[in-house]
Design a protein around this ligand. Structure first.
Ligand SMILES: [Ca+2]
Ligand SMILES: [Ca+2]
Length: 101
């Protein structure tokens, strides 16, 4: 992945995480997160932020209420939620990721 910039790598990592969890269960849909997959992703990958926000919730990610979360829904809601963490994220960015606790 070294030909990519850090920012590009961050986006690739988000996509990688999304698809890793989207294909976890044998629901036949490796392109979208069903509720169980989403819960697992939130608990494993966004646990620190989740403890600070009610917005990191399956129903809020699933904006069209289709019962599953597409990559677009995932990225759009994550971007929206990151507004809530602006202070935390900014502070962590300045002093290293350990400050994100
Ligand atoms: Ca799935
Ligand atoms: Ca949906």
């Amino acid at each position: 992945m070294s030909q990519y910039t850090k920012t590009e790598q961050a986006l690739i990592l988000l996509a990688k995480t999304f698809f890793e969890y989207a294909g976890k269960s044998d629901d036949g849909n490796d392109e979208e997160l069903e509720q169980g997959e989403m819960e697992e992703l939130l608990n494993n990958e966004l646990k620190n932020f989740r403890g600070k926000s009610n917005a990191l919730d399956f129903k809020q990610f699933d904006q069209d209420q289709s019962g599953s979360v597409t990559f677009n829904e995932f990225m759009r809601h994550l971007a929206a939620v990151s507004q809530e963490f602006k202070g935390t994220v900014k502070q962590a960015a300045k002093s290293g990721c350990d400050a994100a606790q």
